[in-house]
Design a protein around this ligand. Structure first.
Ligand SMILES: *[C@@H]1O[C@H](CO)[C@@H](O)[C@H](O)[C@H]1NC(C)=O
Ligand SMILES: *[C@@H]1O[C@H](CO)[C@@H](O)[C@H](O)[C@H]1NC(C)=O
Ligand SMILES: *[C@@H]1O[C@H](CO)[C@@H](O)[C@H](O)[C@H]1NC(C)=O
Ligand SMILES: *[C@@H]1O[C@H](CO)[C@@H](O)[C@H](O)[C@H]1NC(C)=O
Ligand SMILES: *[C@@H]1O[C@H](CO)[C@@H](O)[C@H](O)[C@H]1NC(C)=O
Ligand SMILES: *[C@@H]1O[C@H](CO)[C@@H](O)[C@H](O)[C@H]1NC(C)=O
Ligand SMILES: *[C@@H]1O[C@H](CO)[C@@H](O)[C@H](O)[C@H]1NC(C)=O
Ligand SMILES: *[C@@H]1O[C@H](CO)[C@@H](O)[C@H](O)[C@H]1NC(C)=O
Ligand SMILES: *[C@@H]1O[C@H](CO)[C@@H](O)[C@H](O)[C@H]1NC(C)=O
Length: 462
């Protein structure tokens, strides 16, 4: 039986990580980044730059494919990787991907995706553009738009979709009424837009963005999405509320990325306001509740897990990447809200060590699963698992020298507050265009079906 041990536990196995050693962290991050990029084929002949397998027809329940938004998020994780380690290996691929998918209006609403565009999908690409701004990632140059203008264009697009017709405000999840989920006003869309505005305020110093972030927070706070439960001491950030009943009900699900996006938005606002007590209170509330919910005592209190689905292993493809974002956003918070560093750093360090220990499966012997609290590989792998491991391992390298830059502290990406809006039509024009086209398509289909039906009937009669 000794032989079988060698057979099942390849000797090349596992990612080794000593979190107190920069060299060890860099080496582990480099291995995981490489493994993550083995899923990317968009830079091969005949493939589409910027996309992961399946990104042209998203299905979160198929674990062979990756929705478009996750590809966008992945590029940001590689900008972070470059910033944390100085390894430029992927920079050209990242730059090409972020520019190729920007769409004709330079606002991450490319025609292949626009029919099924969600506010959250689009905003994850804007986050990656902002990662580039804040880390002074090289501009693509030439005629390509600046990283900052791409994020501003997304803001301008989404601003037009603020919907006061129901629920007193808020963004609907979907851009188009034809898509499932249009009725929902969800946290990742509103909270994503909140983070986008907060980061634009921080980066540009333009109060208009700060006012917008305030407005989004206030609307969310007045909706059932945010619930400060003084009895339990928990601040709940629920998943979505339904405009069909004027946002009086809420889906009681908690996800790491929803806490992460609200945390980072509040952290940027805290810093932008030169340390407002209101924002500090919000940061601490979200952080404390994140610790209680996602770093459970049963696993030692410092290892992150996805509460809703990780133990039962029924996370969908999107959800497998969520811990990546909370890790990254906690790391940024520890820099721009310095009083949080002492509580955040041990959690990132323990989670990084645990994540590395979960990267010990598959044919390579180092594929990353999701269950960081367990050193036994959970049998899963994919971009989400690799990205989450990469982000949490890399985040242990962040220090104040990597504080997100602003236009006043060294960022050089060119601002264009009107980006996107000249080329872009009112999104509602797109809606009527698509509606007309789809109705025309449906009508033709109906005629064909009817013709076949009639033809068959005629044939049977004959
Ligand atoms: C595609 O990108 C990967 C990762 O950077 C790289 O290893 C590979 O050589 C690239 N392939 C082509 C055809 O550019
Ligand atoms: C859109 O899809 C077509 C067909 O697959 C492809 O040729 C094109 O490069 C895609 N564009 C983007 C921005 O993804
Ligand atoms: C819908 O909710 C908003 C915000 O709570 C409220 O101001 C408005 O009166 C409600 N409308 C209806 C019809 O109940
Ligand atoms: C923060 O402080 C700086 C420097 O004193 C000042 O220029 C800026 O206006 C302040 N920002 C806000 C939002 O009060
Ligand atoms: C929640 O309530 C507590 C206790 O009143 C307060 O300290 C905290 O700031 C509140 N959190 C938010 C996000 O409003
Ligand atoms: C968060 O936890 C810290 C440490 O346990 C505590 O000092 C702080 O008051 C808490 N903040 C909130 C808003 O609950
Ligand atoms: C804002 O963030 C910087 C790091 O970029 C930090 O040095 C500064 O102390 C933060 N401001 C406040 C008010 O905490
Ligand atoms: C770790 O995974 C193994 C194999 O699936 C399982 O038997 C064990 O119970 C898990 N441990 C924990 C703490 O979940
Ligand atoms: C600030 O941002 C707003 C909103 O995008 C824009 O209208 C305004 O022109 C900007 N102001 C400056 C000085 O850039």
């Amino acid at each position: 039986m000794r032989f079988s041990i060698f057979f099942f536990v390849p000797w090349v196995a596992a990612i080794t990580l000593e979190v107190t050693s920069t060299a060890s962290v860099e080496s582990a991050a480099s291995t995981v980044a490489y493994d993550m990029m083995t899923f990317y084929t968009g830079n091969q002949t005949g493939q589409v730059p910027g996309l992961l397998p399946g990104s042209l027809s998203c299905d979160p329940n198929n674990d062979q494919v990756y929705c478009w938004w996750e590809a966008g998020a992945m590029w940001g994780s590689l900008i972070n990787y470059w910033q944390y380690t100085g390894d430029t290996t992927y920079n050209t691929v990242v730059s090409q991907a972020l520019q190729f998918q920007r769409g004709p209006d330079n606002n991450y609403n490319p025609p292949n995706q626009s029919k099924s565009m969600g506010i959250d999908d689009q905003v994850f690409w804007a986050f990656s553009a902002l990662d580039a701004v804040e880390a002074k990632f090289p501009e693509a140059g030439g005629d390509d738009p600046s990283w900052l203008s791409l994020a501003q264009a997304v803001f301008n697009f989404q601003r037009d979709l603020w919907d006061t017709a129901t629920c007193g405000g808020g963004l609907r999840w979907q851009v188009f009424a034809l898509n499932a989920g249009y009725n929902l006003k969800n946290t990742i869309s509103n909270g994503g837009n909140f983070q986008l505005a907060a980061r634009l305020a921080y980066v540009t110093g333009n109060q208009s963005y700060g006012d917008w972030a305030d407005m989004v927070w206030n609307w969310m706070e007045g909706s059932p999405l945010l619930q400060n439960d003084t009895a339990s001491g928990l601040f709940y950030i629920w998943d979505n509320t339904d405009s069909n009943n004027n946002c009086t009900t809420v889906a009681n699900l908690v996800w790491t990325y929803n806490y992460g996006t609200m945390l980072s938005g509040a952290a940027y606002m805290y810093n932008y306001t030169n340390g407002s007590d209101i924002w500090l209170g919000r940061v601490n509330s979200i952080l404390n509740s994140s610790y209680s919910l996602f770093f459970p005592q049963k696993y030692g209190g410092n290892i992150m897990y996805e509460l809703e689905c990780e133990e039962a292993q029924n996370c969908n493809q999107d959800q497998k990447s969520f811990k990546s974002y909370l890790a990254r956003w906690m790391a940024v918070t520890s820099i721009i809200v310095p009083s949080t560093a002492d509580s955040i750093k041990p959690k990132l360090a323990a989670s990084a060590a645990a994540a590395a220990a979960q990267c010990d499966g598959g044919t390579s012997g180092r594929e990353c699963g999701m269950q960081w609290y367990n050193t036994t590989w959970d049998g899963s792998n994919g971009v989400g698992q690799e990205m989450a491991a990469l982000s949490v391992i890399g985040s242990t390298l962040i220090d104040s020298s990597m504080a997100p830059l602003t236009l006043r502290t060294g960022a050089t990406s060119k601002s264009d507050p009107t980006a996107g809006s000249t080329a872009s039509k009112n999104p509602l024009d797109d809606l009527s265009a698509i509606t007309t086209k789809d109705i025309a398509g449906a009508a033709i289909l109906t005629i064909i079906v009817a013709a076949i039906f009639v033809g068959t009937a005629v044939w049977i009669v004959l």
